[in-house]
Design a binder for this molecule. Structure first.
Ligand SMILES: Cc1cc2nc3c(=O)[nH]c(=O)nc-3n(C[C@H](O)[C@H](O)[C@H](O)COP(=O)(O)OP(=O)(O)OC[C@H]3O[C@@H](n4cnc5c(N)ncnc54)[C@H](O)[C@@H]3O)c2cc1C
Length: 424
């Protein structure tokens, strides 16, 4: 009988790791502090409606997430649409042509950008492509854009909203290196990579429910409401505290803010824990609205303005008339009262869609530590730690992506592959 592999944290990273291990016939036991799995991408109850803690968006380049959902049989809950960015007075659509023609033509016919903007964007992308989207040294996104003479209107309408949406960090401090990775795999990737994938099931149905069923079927153990308080070394492995368990191999897949406390009794990892405790965080604000009847959206996602303005998502799949408005990162919106922000956003929405039906209900969810600030030269630890048998998974570990579902899933799969490859 094999000793199970302990996974601490049942967000998308921990789940991806558990499924990959179970698929290779390895026993897993997963501890999750909350009552349900999903972490920062989970189902929330809203007066009997199953909504998401925050509106999420996936893109075609999320290969590992798509592979996982295909494996679990939930990928058909994603609605795939060729990229369109629509805001008042601006529209960029990518036609179904091969790269890089799709981007060139998309930019050429974009509305709301001047010829100067379009040429500057094309020049910038050409330069990055020639450099394989790699920068010799990191710098803030703003600085990279300034070095490439990107006009203000182009920044406000294209680069800043993309940076905020993908990195959840303002361009003034966001890492240009990570931003370039995002551009490489989205706008400059194959046309299908830039497709937008809208979840048409709540996030619990998209991943956690199906993963739970699969893991239980594979005799895996899942322990919700089980917070691991720490771990220490014992002969041949580790001892988990809180729920007590000894295991030869442990994957820590918690939110990065929780890691330093978990590592307290492992002085060998002090060098890794210290920079993690210097992380700073960015919030995401989601305003859920329920109208008396469905609103017709010309596209499921609409920008309500330049820069940091919210994006509106049509969510009739949850219930007819449900709309989610998402605002990325820190900003002045968080200092307004919930009612004032709701009213401001309703005005913006009406400005785009015309008179709105009666508002039946609303709910604001602020995730204060939605992501780490994706800043210049951000420290990102490897999935393998200096201690044999101890691994780290999560959106913050080393990788090309910012804090995203795909970053989390990739890290979980990567940890599982290291474990699978270990000599027996
Ligand atoms: C509102 C919002 C909107 C977002 N939008 C997008 C988007 O559109 N697209 C996108 O790609 N990404 C988006 N993200 C980011 C994405 O949700 C995260 O990157 C991803 O979910 C992180 O997964 P994770 O498994 O690495 O970490 P987490 O989800 O944080 O999972 C860690 C888990 O560990 C558990 N845990 C912590 N401590 C312990 C302990 N001591 N013992 C046991 N369990 C513990 C936690 O409860 C949690 O369930 C968004 C995030 C938020 C919050």
């Amino acid at each position: 009988m094999q000793v199970p592999i302990a996974i601490v944290g049942g967000g998308w990273a921990g789940i991806a790791c558990a499924v990959e291990l179970a698929d290779h016939g390895l026993p897993v036991v997963l501890f999750e502090a909350a009552r349900q799995l999903g972490g920062r991408a989970r189902r929330v109850d809203w007066n009997g409606l199953a909504i998401d803690n925050g509106q999420h968006l996936l893109i075609g380049a999320y290969r590992e997430s798509l592979r996982l959902m295909t494996r679990l049989g939930t990928a058909n809950a994603l609605e795939r649409r060729p990229l369109q960015l629509r805001m008042p007075g601006y529209r960029l659509s990518l036609p179904p042509w091969p790269k890089p023609l799709h981007l060139g033509i998309g930019l050429l016919v974009a509305r709301g950008l001047s010829l100067r903007d379009k040429l500057a964007a094309a020049r910038f992308m050409r330069h990055l492509r020639a450099a394989h989207f790699a920068l010799p040294n990191d710098m803030p996104v703003d600085e990279l854009l300034a070095r490439h003479d990107q006009p203000t209107n182009l920044i406000d309408k294209l680069w800043a909203p993309l940076c905020l949406a993908a990195l959840n960090t303002a361009p003034a401090i966001a890492s240009a290196r990570v931003f370039c990775n995002v551009l490489r795999d989205s706008l400059a990737g194959d046309r299908a990579d830039s497709d937008l994938l809208f979840n048409r099931a709540d996030l619990g149905r998209l991943l956690a429910d199906a993963a739970t069923a699969l893991l239980l079927q594979r005799h895996g153990e899942i322990h919700p409401a089980s917070k691991v308080g720490g771990l220490s070394r014992i002969a041949g492995g580790f001892q988990l505290h809180g729920p007590e368990l000894s295991a030869e191999r442990v994957v820590l897949a918690t939110h990065p803010a929780r890691l330093p406390a978990l590592l307290t009794h492992l002085p060998e990892l002090a060098e890794m824990a210290e920079p993690l405790s210097n992380y700073t965080w960015q919030p995401i604000h989601t305003l859920w609205l329920r109208f008396a009847r469905p609103i017709r959206f010309p596209f499921p996602m609409l920008g309500l303005g330049d820069g940091q303005a919210p994006w509106a998502f049509e969510r009739n799949d949850i219930a007819p008339g449900v709309v989610a408005l998402v605002t990325s990162a820190d900003g002045p919106h968080l200092h307004l009262s919930a009612e004032r922000l709701r009213d401001d956003y309703l005005t913006l929405l009406a400005g785009q869609l015309g008179a709105l039906p009666e508002l039946l209900d609303w709910k604001a969810i602020i995730e204060k530590r939605a992501t780490y600030s994706c800043v210049v030269d951000q420290y990102r630890p490897d999935n393998r730690t200096p201690l044999a048998g101890l691994y780290l998974a999560g959106d913050f570990t080393a990788g090309d992506y910012p804090a995203t579902l795909e970053g989390a899933v990739r890290s979980g799969v990567e940890c599982a592959r290291h474990i699978i490859a270990e000599p027996k």
